[in-house]
Design a protein around this ligand. Structure first.
Ligand code: 1CP
Length: 353
C-alpha cells in the first residue's frame, strides 16, 4: 500500500521539542458526536461496528481532519477494544460507556484472560491504520488505555465514581493486582508496537482515571507498570503521550515514567505543569472543554493565555484538557484551530517562536 509523505509534521516536531512554524493542535475525542455526519453514521452502525470496519473507521477518523484543520488524526477506536480481544465481553451502553457483564474479581478471572496478539486478535484495526497511512498527509496517533484505567472498567464492570473494588484489590490482593497489571502492560506494549508498525506516528496512553489515586498509591501500584511500558515503547522512536484527568499532583511522576509528552487537564496552569515536569518532556493541553460553550471573546482570551504559557518553553501541543463534549459546536472548534494557528505571542508573553 502507498505510503504518503507527511506534508505537515508540526505535531511531531512539537512532541520532540523542536521549533514549529505555528503551534500544532488536535482535540481528544475529535471524531465524535458533536459532528452531525458522525451522528448520521451512528444511526446505522454501532460504535464497535465502526471500529471493526476499516473503511468506515478510516472515514470517521478523517472527518475532523477535513472539517477542523487539525494537525494530527487519532484512530477511531475505544480503549476497551483490546480488552474484548483478551476475552472479556463488554458492550458500549448509550450515554454510559463500557459495561462488562462479568467483572474481574478473582484469581481465576484474571487467569482466564487471553494473551493478546494484535495481528490475530485485531487485524481490522491494523488494516484501518494502514488505510489511514495511505490517505493522510498528517500524522496518525494510535492509542491504548492505561492499565489502571482499563483495570478499573474490568474490575468495577463499568464507569465508576469511587473505584472501590479496584482500590480494594490493589491494597488487599497485591498479588492479583500485579498479575492483572502485568497482563495489561503486556497488552499495551504489544498493541502499541503493532499500531506503530502499521503506520501510527505517535501513541497516546489514555489513563483517564488514574488521577483518582494518591501520589503514594500511584508510585507503588501503577508507576512501575507505566515505566515498563514506556521503556519498551521508546524503542519505536515515536512520541509517547501520557494523559490522565485530575493528575495535577502526579505530573512530576508522569514525567519520570519515560513518556515524551505529558497531557495536562485544565485544572493545572501550563506554567505550573511545566515546573512539575521539567524541560525534558513536551506538554499537551489544556483548554477546558466546558469553555467551548463560552462567548467567542472569552474563548479567544483563554486560548491566548494558554498559548502564552504553553509556548514559553519549546515542546507544546495545543489540545483540550479532556475530550470534546458531544454538544459542542463544530464551528467553535474550527475557530479555535484557526486561533491557535494564527497565534503570535502577546507583549508580556514569552512565546518561543
Ligand atoms: O457512540 C458513541 O459515539 C459513544 C461515545 C464514544 C465514543 C465516540 C465511546 C463510548 N467511545 C468513543 C470512541 C473513543 N473512545 C475514542 C475516539 C477517537 C477520538 O478521540 O476521536 C477515544 C480516543 C476513546 C477512548 C476512551 N474510551 C477513553 C479515554 C479518553 C477519555 O475520554 O477519557 C475512555 C475513558 C473510554 C471509555 C468510554 N467509551 C465510551 C464512553 C462514553 C466512555 C467513557 C465512560 C466513562 O465515563 O467512564
Amino acid at each position: 500500500m502507498e505510503i504518503r509523505t507527511l506534508v505537515n509534521e508540526r505535531f511531531l516536531q512539537a512532541c520532540r521539542r523542536q521549533q514549529t512554524d505555528v503551534t500544532p493542535v488536535w482535540f481528544m475525542r475529535q471524531a465524535g458526536r458533536y459532528d452531525p455526519d458522525y451522528r448520521k453514521i451512528r444511526e446505522r452502525h454501532s460504535l464497535l461496528d465502526i471500529c471493526a470496519e476499516p473503511e468506515l473507521c478510516a472515514e470517521v477518523t478523517m472527518m475532523p481532519v477535513r472539517k477542523l484543520g487539525v494537525d494530527a488524526a487519532i484512530l477511531f477506536s475505544d480503549i476497551m477494544v483490546p480488552v474484548g480481544a483478551m476475552g472479556l465481553e463488554f458492550t458500549i451502553r448509550e450515554n454510559v460507556g463500557p459495561v462488562i457483564a462479568q467483572p474481574i474479581r478473582t484469581k481465576q478471572d484474571i487467569e482466564n484472560l487471553r494473551p493478546f496478539t494484535p495481528s490475530e486478535a485485531l487485524p481490522h484495526v491494523l488494516t484501518s491504520i494502514r488505510l489511514l497511512r495511505a490517505e493522510l498527509d498528517i500524522p496518525l496517533i494510535g492509542f491504548t488505555g492505561g492499565p489502571f484505567t482499563l483495570a478499573s472498567y474490568m474490575i468495577e464492570g463499568g464507569p465508576s465514581r469511587d473505584y472501590l473494588h479496584t482500590k480494594t484489590m490493589m491494597v488487599s490482593r497485591p498479588d492479583l493486582w500485579q498479575t492483572l497489571m502485568d497482563k495489561l502492560a503486556d497488552m499495551v506494549i504489544h498493541y502499541g508496537r503493532a499500531q506503530v508498525e502499521a503506520g501510527a506516528a505517535a501513541l497516546q496512553v489514555f489513563d483517564s482515571w488514574v488521577g483518582s489515586l494518591s501520589v503514594d498509591a500511584f508510585r507503588k501500584s501503577v508507576k512501575p507498570f507505566m515505566t515498563r511500558i514506556f521503556h519498551e515503547l521508546r524503542k519505536l522512536d515515536v512520541p509517547l503521550i501520557y494523559f490522565g484527568v485530575n493528575t495535577g499532583e502526579l505530573l512530576g511522576d508522569f514525567a519520570e515514567t519515560g513518556a515524551s509528552v505529558i497531557g495536562v487537564d485544565w485544572r493545572v496552569p501550563l506554567s505550573r505543569a511545566r515546573a512539575r515536569v521539567g524541560n525534558q518532556v513536551a506538554l499537551q493541553g489544556n483548554f477546558d472543554p466546558a469553555m467551548l460553550f463560552a462567548p467567542i471573546d472569552v474563548i479567544d482570551k483563554l486560548a491566548q493565555d494558554i498559548l502564552d504559557e504553553g509556548t514559553a518553553t519549546p515542546g507544546y501541543v495545543f489540545n483540550l484538557g479532556h475530550g470534546v463534549k458531544p454538544s459542542t459546536d463544530l464551528g467553535v472548534l474550527r475557530h479555535l484551530v484557526e486561533t491557535v494557528h494564527a497565534y503570535t505571542p502577546t507583549q508580556t508573553g514569552q512565546g518561543a517562536r
